[in-house]
Write a protein that binds this ligand. Structure first.
Ligand SMILES: [Zn+2]
Length: 373
């Protein structure tokens, strides 16, 4: 994980706490042993056996006490013949124009995470050559401006995910312009793919089965707790691929027999026959999705609502688009009847499994409910 943000905090506190009262050598030695970042900027320690001087928080191995000399500032250590440690870069830490510049660049980047920011643009903005700007930035923070922008996006992305946004939504909110870009980053920076992150990295066992339905091939998948996915597609291969994408880390096992009864219940529900008892579900939802999805479950067979009516009913009248998004991310077709939601003007609107299937469903429902009455 990138620690750019943390480093800044330390540098700031180091600058603020640079008081004129010098600590004793004993106190300095304790700070070195503790790798105390708050002491960075107050003094440096030089090691006679290596000829190098470091800031107190340097991650390198601690030297022997008898080889250590303390200096108030990097310049003093250098006039005594010591070289700057390339690992902790003690010279980069003291409050100076360079650091102020880098701080300003960081703020500039943070406010523009949704645009690509080139070194050329930063150079123009801050009156430096792109090369010089990048070198200064890297000397202070240890990463390039581009890496810094990525770490900020990644932080926003993680926070959005924790706040319960879907992967796609979190991605756009964090300024990522395409999924493939995000995935190429996350495999290294997040340590795992977003979908896994979202599911708490749990490799849960998921059983699945295929069945025929009036809407084409159907896949039904379930955990021990209930149905986690109901999908439609033209072929089993397509369905299986979708399942892999949806549950990349699950232990997937085909179980046609074990799931036959649940699959039959779903198919009967499509036709409007059989029990209307709720199907057992095991799905992840944000608070908002939960509200929309439970409302959808209250819409009876043969009835429809508009996105706006649902927004009003869940007391978020301005959230029409968010309602549409919640419908589009429904993981369990039929069990959560998102096909019963239309545009205000009566247009079908979208359907995750194709508008054609939505149309078929609505026609079946209206035919069979008029036949019943
Ligand atoms: Zn060092």
């Amino acid at each position: 994980m990138n620690s750019a943000m943390v480093t800044f905090g330390q540098e700031e506190s180091a600058v603020k706490s640079a008081t004129p009262v010098a600590p004793s050598d004993d106190a300095r030695w304790h700070a070195v042993l503790a790798r105390d970042a708050a002491s960075d900027g107050k003094f440096v320690f030089a090691v006679s056996s290596t000829g190098v001087y470091c800031r107190p928080s340097c991650p390198s191995k601690r030297p022997r006490r008898e080889n250590v000399t303390f200096f108030p500032k990097p310049q003093h250590a250098e006039s005594a013949g010591f070289r700057e440690c390339l690992r902790c870069r003690p010279k980069a830490i003291v409050g100076n124009p360079r650091q102020e510049l880098v701080k300003a660049i960081c703020r500039f980047i943070e406010q523009r995470l949704d645009e690509p920011i080139t070194l050329e643009r930063l150079g123009r903005e801050f009156g430096q050559s792109p090369f010089h700007l990048q070198r200064t930035f890297k000397a202070v923070l240890g990463i390039t401006p581009k890496e810094y922008a990525n770490s900020c996006r990644m932080r926003d992305f993680r926070e959005n995910l924790k706040a319960g946004h879907s992967v796609t939504r979190a991605m756009y909110d964090a300024g990522y312009s395409s999924t493939s870009r995000l995935y190429s980053r996350t495999s290294t920076e997040l340590g795992m793919e977003p979908a896994k992150y979202r599911r708490g990295a749990i490799a849960a066992p998921v059983r699945y089965a295929f069945a025929d339905s009036p809407l084409g091939r159907m896949l039904i998948a379930a955990t021990d707790k209930g149905i986690c996915s109901i999908q439609f597609a033209d072929s089993d291969e397509e369905l299986e691929q979708g399942l892999r994408r949806e549950f990349p880390f699950a232990i997937r096992r085909r179980d046609d027999t074990g799931l036959a009864e649940l699959a039959r219940r779903v198919v009967r529900r499509i036709a409007g026959t059989g029990s209307s008892a709720a199907l057992p579900l095991d799905i992840q939802a944000t608070a908002f999705q939960r509200r929309v999805w439970s409302y959808l479950q209250s819409i009876g067979f043969g009835e429809t609502r508009s996105y706006a009516e649902i927004a009003k009913a869940i007391r978020r009248p301005s959230a029409v688009r968010a309602v549409a998004r919640a419908c589009a991310t429904n993981p369990v077709a039929i069990a959560i009847p998102c096909h019963r939601v239309l545009r205000a003007n009566g247009d079908l609107g979208g359907y995750r499994w194709g508008v054609k299937r939505k149309k078929t469903l609505l026609e079946m429902e209206s035919a069979s409910s008029s036949a019943q009455s």
